[in-house]
Design a protein around this ligand. Structure first.
Ligand code: COA
Length: 435
């Protein structure tokens, strides 16, 4: 089974499949004796090794044994090194991590940032339970990278390497899926400490607003389907945990003019749970929807009482594993808009392939995904709109979002002090003052 190598983006880096044009940079890296001083084999002496390495990367993807990705710096496109997830064993749900970076790039957190993105992709898409890594016991920089990522040192492999007669020990490190989630939580709190704020982490998803002809009725429908509580105002569905977001139903007179740009993909824990969700939705006033999906698709397409589309997804759906009842806010949108929202919310890209993108908070919860081209032309104001709350100065956050590609809609702030904006695809969103 093949495993197409992904392209991933972080705040400062791009991780992408290797290309033949990388051969010279790769040879310069792997022939450097100082960089390779703790490696488990001697530095390369022939350039042909580069071509063999790049061929091996393609073979890994073809045979589905892992992903080895070149890492470039986004600001200047310079090749910094590579990061790999190899020896993927779907039965044991395990894989190994490796990386090598140019000396000039050391000490800037690049190895940790790249490995974190690759691990995020791997834990999300490969259903991994364990990732293993080894480091020469003298390689304190590599040990530190692993510890920053949440790996636990499990033991020492004594005299496991002999390179040019030099005998050395290695530490073995392991990272379990549950520890990865915990690491994300700790990391999130570290970001909240002034001075440790990564660039871009200056607003958070505060709520989703949902236009409705009858806000109270629609709020009751969704509270029932999602099994969530209604706030005292009768028009806000509260989240069931800190990972969720409130859904605020707002009165509109506007008619629905076409399929919504965004819809919910609801997850199911089992076939019975899936049936119960569908039954609950129909009982509360929802209906089946035929969008030409055909009988073979495993999910169920429904509409709420005002015709807003949503899907109930079958259990064991890999993409939505470890999300929430709302597994994804599945959206029509370009790759560019996925990149924009990744930067805007500081949510890493957990999917970026064939111009389809998805992001998720480092803490977990619902994903937001975009299907890529062709993007449907917009036929009116979107009924589902994201509301961000600035973490600091509201105007500074608006300026930052503009610098990322958003547009500020001219006009007064509304009575809640929300700034209306449009993302790179022209979808409405709001920026609220800090709260
Ligand atoms: C190991 C390596 C990947 C680190 O890359 P990097 O981009 O410098 O890593 P980061 O900046 O993300 O993190 C390095 C951390 O190690 C620390 N570190 C570096 N050298 C250290 C040393 N000699 N002693 C203690 N800590 C050290 C840094 O201070 C930093 O920790 P901090 O963020 O807490 O300050 C890089 O040196 C490399 O590619 N080496 C050659 C290949 C290699 O050894 N690969 C690993 C094989 S197991």
């Amino acid at each position: 089974m093949s495993l197409p190598s992904p392209t991933l983006h972080t705040a400062r880096l791009s991780l992408r499949p290797f290309d033949d044009a990388d051969a010279d940079d790769l040879f310069a890296l792997q022939s450097n004796a100082y960089v390779l001083r703790y490696w488990d084999s001697p530095p390369w002496s022939e350039r042909a090794r580069s071509e063999r390495f790049i061929t091996a990367c393609r073979k890994m993807a073809e045979e589905g044994t892992g992903a080895r990705l070149a890492v470039d710096r986004l600001s200047d496109g310079v090749f910094l090194g590579w990061c790999s997830l190899n020896s993927w064993n779907p039965d044991l749900r395990s894989a190994s991590l490796g990386y090598c970076f140019n000396e000039a790039a050391w000490g800037h957190g690049y190895a940790t940032e790249a490995a974190r993105a690759l691990l995020g992709w791997a834990f999300d898409t490969l259903d991994l339970n364990r990732v293993q890594a080894e480091a020469d016991t003298r390689n304190l920089g590599s040990a530190r990278v692993l510890e920053k990522l949440g790996f636990v040192r499990e033991g020492t492999l004594r005299e496991d390497c002999i390179v040019n007669g030099d005998v050395s020990d290695s530490w073995v490190y392991g990272l379990l899926r549950r520890e990865w989630r915990e690491e994300a939580v700790v990391n999130r709190f570290a970001w909240a400490i002034p001075g440790r704020l990564p660039c871009g982490m200056t607003s958070h998803l505060f709520a989703l607003s949902f236009d409705a002809h009858d806000p109270g009725r629609l709020a009751r429908f969704w509270a029932g389907v999602l099994d969530r509580k209604l706030a005292g105002d009768g028009v806000t569905v509260l989240p069931s945990s800190d990972l969720g977001f409130p859904i605020r139903f707002l009165l509109t007179q506007a008619e629905k003019t076409g399929p919504n740009q965004m819809h919910f993909d609801l997850t199911s824990a089992s076939p019975e749970d899936m049936q119960q969700t569908v039954a609950r939705a129909l009982e509360l006033g929802g209906r089946h929807l035929d969008i030409g999906q055909g009988p073979e698709i495993p999910h169920v397409v429904l509409a709420d009482p005002e015709g807003n589309e949503f899907c109930v997804i079958e259990p064991d759906n890999n993409f939505l594993a470890d999300t929430d009842v709302i597994g994804a806010l599945s959206s029509d949108g370009s790759q560019q808009v996925g990149y924009f929202w990744s930067e805007a919310l500081s949510w890493p890209l957990v999917w970026d392939q064939d111009e389809e993108t998805a992001i998720q908070s480092p803490l977990g919860g619902s994903k937001i995904s975009w299907g890529g081209p062709p993007v449907n032309p917009k036929t009116g104001k979107n009924r589902l709109v994201l509301e961000l709350a600035a973490d600091g100065d509201q105007q500074a956050e608006v300026d930052r979002l503009v610098s990322l590609g958003a547009t500020r809609v001219e006009g007064e702030l509304d009575e809640d002090g929300r700034v209306p904006m449009l993302d790179a695809d022209g979808n409405e969103f709001w920026v609220l003052a800090p709260r």
